[in-house]
Design a protein around this ligand. Structure first.
Ligand code: HEM
Length: 102
């Protein structure tokens, strides 16, 4: 909670390798446009892993905070090969930035 979206935009460079913020634009990972409040594995046209299809989450800020701490522990078998953001401030900031993408 209480992140800084401008700082989060800088943190997002780590995500932008694999994620676009534009609606409908999937890269290695699905578009993160409108991710806050979205149901997991629902970006149109994106081929999710079986693990993510079965995760059955709603990406609230709290759920994202948990996921981004250790993605492969929270969704075992996910094809998001990313170690996560270990710093709480980085997570708060990137989530605040993601909240602006709607
Ligand atoms: C999936 C966020 C970094 C590749 C996801 C999802 C979220 C997310 C929320 C689930 C999307 C959905 O359910 O529609 C982030 C954030 C990142 C980040 C905020 C940076 C802090 C990365 C990186 C890569 C990556 C660096 C590539 C090396 C993927 C892939 C998926 C995914 C392939 C699909 C997972 C699956 O189907 O199992 N990401 N991600 N992500 N992400 Fe990331």
């Amino acid at each position: 909670a209480d992140g800084d979206p401008a700082a989060g935009q800088v943190v997002f460079k780590k995500c932008a390798v694999c994620h676009s913020i534009d609606a409908g634009v999937n890269k290695v990972g699905p578009s993160l446009h409108g991710i806050i409040g979205r149901k997991s594995a629902t970006a149109p046209g994106y081929d999710y892993s079986a693990a993510m299809k079965g995760a059955n989450k709603e990406w609230t800020a709290k759920e994202l905070d948990t996921y981004l701490t250790d993605p492969r522990a929270v969704v075992p078998g996910t094809k998001m090969v990313f170690v996560g953001l270990k710093d709480q401030k980085d997570r708060d900031n990137v989530i605040a930035y993601l909240a602006t993408l709607k």
